[in-house]
Design a protein around this ligand. Structure first.
Ligand SMILES: CC(=O)N[C@H]1[C@@H](OP(=O)(O)OP(=O)(O)OC[C@H]2O[C@@H](n3ccc(=O)[nH]c3=O)[C@H](O)[C@@H]2O)O[C@H](CO)[C@@H](O)[C@@H]1O
Ligand SMILES: C=C(OP(=O)(O)O)C(=O)O
Length: 420
């Protein structure tokens, strides 16, 4: 069992290249099922969620291999149609395999998805999209079964915006008969990247206007290659890590154009940044201003996935800050852990009030991915040593957070407590 040890107090500085994006690569791996050749995903992050998705693809018949960070997916022999809940329950993104399986084999049976326990996370919008395209869905014994003769293009007007449901609808629509128009789609960059990948496989997709995507069904798709873009949430996490120590960081491959909402808050807190030849150069030495009010929103608003990392920074900034979480109802779980470190935090429903103070190192437990990363950030700023348990949650989305932060001169290491 691994634990992360952090000796707080170092001022972070240095350059880093961030891993490929988790939330981009996972739907792209699912999309590869829609063709019968080989897809190559360059710059694929070697994170637990990618391993979990790879295992699921193996069960369905996909042959995979790695060359460094390039993942090869040979989808020529996909005959499996069923994925047990012990596999789907490890990650949220497993649910969109339903749309891919329907597109490929007209049938899919999957267990319920898992992922971070940060709210109820229903799948009604996913099922609504699939049903609209003609799938017959039944739910029993903890499984969701979807069948269709041939999916048929439709107008789908999402009542609410959902990243996963938009991805689900896209995967199901590209091989459906005729035209599908998706309205009120999510606008996150991951949707654009998925569309690009599907287009490279031969899909006919066009973005009409904000939130509206038109898909012209085709009869088959082919293999392709794509470079997975840098992870915008990991980039933001490392900016927060440097900010908590009032240090600086240069991100060599930051995803330009995807970080605006975060960078605006960073600047208001007293941080400075500039883009130079594709690099993001950020200096957190001047971070000193609290954030009177911030709320998480769908893209291009402030991302919910960076709410906990930012909250960790704000526990160190003098004055009162307030954050409202609008996307997931249970995303303040780390507050009790931060309180153990001496943070002054009050949670009231979907809002949290933070009064900046000094933190002290202690033993902490991560219970979900971004909350776990946020505990590491708080530990970097704290006096003394912190030990963070629950490392597998962090590994779901960070390839090697200790290695990356050591590049930035943090004193941090992983210990396997069974082997000492
Ligand atoms: C693997 C992946 O890409 N995960 C991201 C994805 O999650 P995910 O795709 O699960 O997030 P959604 O955009 O679907 O969720 C947004 C909101 O819609 C609700 N909802 C969603 C689907 C549904 O059928 N019914 C419903 O009510 C959710 O409970 C939530 O309140 O987008 C989230 C919001 O940017 C990010 O935090 C996650 O990191
Ligand atoms: C919530 C997240 O992931 P998932 O949707 O995979 O649980 C996340 O990446 O912060």
């Amino acid at each position: 069992m691994d634990e992360i040890h952090v000796i707080g107090g170092n001022c972070l500085k240095g350059s880093i290249t961030v891993q490929g994006s988790k939330n981009t690569v996972l739907p792209i791996m699912a999309a590869s099922l829609l063709q019968r050749e080989i897809c190559v995903l360059r710059g694929c992050p070697r994170i637990l969620d990618v391993c979990y998705m790879e295992e699921i693809l193996h069960i369905l018949g996909v042959v995979t291999w790695w060359k460094g960070h390039d993942l090869y997916l040979d989808c020529s022999k996909v005959y499996g149609m069923e994925i047990a809940s012990e596999y789907t329950g490890r990650m949220r993104c497993s649910v969109i395999l339903l749309g891919a399986l329907l597109g490929r084999n007209q049938r899919g049976v999957i267990g319920y998805p898992g992922g971070c326990v940060i709210g109820k996370r229903p799948i009604d919008l996913h099922l609504y999209a699939l049903k609209s395209l003609g799938a017959i869905i039944s739910e029993k014994n903890g499984k969701i079964q979807a069948d269709c003769k041939k999916l048929k293009g439709q107008e789908i007007n999402f009542p609410d915006r959902s990243v996963g449901a938009t991805e689900q609808a896209l995967l199901a629509a590209v091989l459906a008969e005729g035209e599908t128009v998706l309205r009120n789609c999510a606008r996150e960059p991951e949707i654009t990247w998925l569309c690009r990948f599907l287009q490279k496989m031969g899909a006919r997709i066009c973005h009409e206007k904000e939130g509206c995507i038109r898909v012209q069904g085709v009869t088959s798709l082919h293999g392709t290659k794509m470079l997975i873009p840098a992870d915008r949430i990991v980039t933001g996490t490392y900016l927060c890590a440097a900010a908590a120590s009032r240090g600086s960081v240069t991100v060599e491959n930051a995803p330009e154009g995807e970080m605006e909402a975060f960078l605006e808050v960073y600047r208001k807190m007293g941080g400075q940044y500039e883009w130079k030849s594709g690099k993001l150069i950020a200096n957190g030495a001047g971070i000193q201003f609290s954030v009177p009010f911030l709320e998480t929103e769908a893209y291009p608003g402030f991302p919910t996935d960076l709410q906990s990392p930012l909250l960790a920074v704000l526990t160190t900034v003098p004055g009162i800050s307030r954050i409202r979480e609008n996307i997931f109802e249970n995303r303040f779980k780390i507050c009790s852990e931060l309180t153990k470190m001496g943070a002054h935090i009050e949670v009231r429903g979907s809002e949290v009030k933070i009064c900046g103070s000094r933190l002290k190192g202690c033993r902490l437990r991560a219970e979900e991915l971004r909350g776990g990363a946020a505990l590491v950030i708080a530990a970097l700023a704290a006096d003394g040593e912190s030990v963070i348990e629950g490392v597998p949650f962090i590994r779901r989305g960070y390839e090697d957070i200790c290695r990356d932060l050591r590049y930035l001169q943090a004193e941090i290491y992983m210990e396997d407590i069974l082997s000492v």
